[in-house]
Design a protein around this ligand. Structure first.
Ligand SMILES: [Fe+2]
Ligand SMILES: [Fe+2]
Length: 192
């Protein structure tokens, strides 16, 4: 695996400036959340840096990577190219950054949609992506506050806000996002 400094250098060269600022914000937020929730801060930092490693790849390059790796897209995924950088994130993180840690790879793979039964690290990267300091949208402050009080409640609320956003704009909702939210809802902590 590349060192953290080498990972940063690779991403600085391969991502647009705004995206690079974003990943530094995600890494920093993820580190803080890792500390609060008792998991490895180093893994959180690496996953935060790496999550958008495929973000600025050309559409054709992303298609090639998916074909080469026999990735079959659902109909929703086929029609939502915004999801592709996340679907191939683990492959590119492994290939370009030498990351082999399965927990980190899982977190980068699921950072856009979430999925049911996420690990603590995967939850952290999902929500850090949404609330890092350069993210500005109505309600972000509430999600931030809740996430730092209680990770599960923050992620649940983040999923809810994301679904609401997609609904009001008539955009496709990926089934993994629904599954992620239902998984929380079926937990007794969220009942009532
Ligand atoms: Fe992303
Ligand atoms: Fe991101």
């Amino acid at each position: 695996m590349l060192s953290i400094e080498e990972i940063k250098a690779y991403l600085k060269t391969n991502l647009m400036e705004k995206r690079y600022t974003h990943i530094l914000g995600v890494a920093d937020t993820a580190k803080k959340l890792a500390k609060l929730n008792g998991i490895s801060e180093e893994k959180a930092e690496i996953a935060g840096l790496a999550h958008d490693v495929a973000k600025n790849l050309k559409v054709d390059t992303m298609k090639e990577i998916m074909e080469k790796n026999n990735i079959i897209l659902s109909e929703v995924e086929q029609n939502n190219a915004n999801l592709w950088h996340s679907i191939i994130a683990d492959i590119v993180a492994k290939d370009k950054l030498g990351i082999g840690d399965e927990e980190i790879l899982d977190a980068v793979r699921w950072h856009t949609t979430g999925k049911e039964d996420m690990s603590t690290l995967t939850k952290i990267i999902y929500i850090a992506d949404m609330i890092e300091p350069s993210r500005k949208f109505e309600g972000v402050e509430d999600i931030r506050k809740l996430t730092f009080e209680d990770l599960d409640r923050g992620v649940y609320y983040g999923l809810t806000c994301s679904i609401e956003f997609l609904l009001t704009r008539n955009l496709l909702i990926d089934e993994n996002t629904m599954k992620a939210r239902n998984y929380f809802l079926l937990d007794s902590k969220f009942k009532g």
